[in-house]
Design a protein around this ligand. Structure first.
Ligand code: ATP
Ligand code: MG
Length: 253
């Protein structure tokens, strides 16, 4: 199997008033093509920060990030094929959907940029696939519920058929039934489009249902690598307990 993503000794810090705050330290993992890899851990442990670095959105990092054989460089925008190959569904879909654009535009625009034809039909199909009525295409993001917005964000990411999909708590705003539908949809699409997923969650149930491998993070570091058996036995308590682990070198919030 080929590695889709390889992350080595990734450290990420943010400038703060006095010193730099190190949010992620020495994180190393690799993700095989076609797998779903889980980044798990309590609030504030650095999950989103790692995902944003892989998406090219965090610039202050050191280490190595390799995506389908292309090395990312800190501070440089991801371009070309690598850019097309990566899509991210953000934790807060409201902030990632343009407030003044209708859903039809939000979903259609990325297709236009890539010169696709039959955009209206593609938008309708994409909405239908995530369980939304194509009639919602004429609405603005604030005219949708939180769960509907999250589904629009997933539809947008899927329209470009990325090889790597970064999912940051993609179903946390959804009720349990809709959550299960969306997770199953993601799994179906992953299989049919040969995608690779990195899935961030602090929900042991979601992780157990979705992931092939993963890591439990604590205070910006990897506390444990998790294989399939460990993932299926993961409990809410174990995820929360990682928040209390003493980790050498942790510089505190
Ligand atoms: N832009 C930023 N500037 C300064 N500090 C940041 C920034 N982004 C994140 N941090 C800090 O980095 C740490 C990790 O944040 P991150 O958002 O990655 O956590 P998370 O694991 O995704 O948490 P949650 O489950 O709550 O989303 C936190 O202490 C956070 O305050
Ligand atoms: Mg987060």
């Amino acid at each position: 199997m080929t590695s889709a993503v390889s992350v080595e000794q990734l450290s990420i810090s943010f400038p703060s008033a006095k010193t730099r705050f190190t949010a992620v330290s020495d994180v190393t993992f690799s993700v095989e093509e076609g797998q779903t890899f889980g980044l798990i851990g309590p609030s504030g442990c650095g999950k989103t920060t790692v995902l944003r670095a892989i998406a090219g959105l965090n610039t202050g990092w050191t280490g190595l990030i390799d995506i389908f054989g292309a090395k990312l460089e800190p501070g440089r925008k991801i371009t070309g094929d690598t850019r097309r190959n990566i899509q991210m569904v953000f934790q807060d879909p409201y902030s990632s959907l343009h407030p003044r654009h209708r859903i039809a535009h939000i979903l259609g625009e990325p297709l236009k940029v890539h010169g696709a034809e039959g955009i209206d039909a593609a938008v309708g199909i994409a909405l239908d696939r995530v369980g939304l009525s194509p009639a919602l295409a004429g609405r603005y993001p604030h005219q949708l519920s939180g769960g509907q917005r999250q589904r629009v964000a997933i539809a947008r990411a899927l329209l470009l058929k990325p090889k790597l999909l970064l999912l940051d708590e993609p179903t946390s705003a959804l009720d349990v039934t809709v959550q299960a539908e969306i997770l199953n949809l993601l799994n179906d699409l992953k299989a049919s489009h040969r995608m690779t997923f990195i899935l961030v969650s602090h929900d042991a149930g979601v992780i157990g249902h979705m992931c092939d491998r993963g890591v439990l993070m604590s205070h910006g570091r990897i506390a444990r690598a998790l294989d399939r058996a460990a993932l299926s036995e993961l409990t809410e308590d174990a995820v929360e307990a990682a928040a209390w682990d003493e980790t050498p070198g942790y510089r505190g919030n």
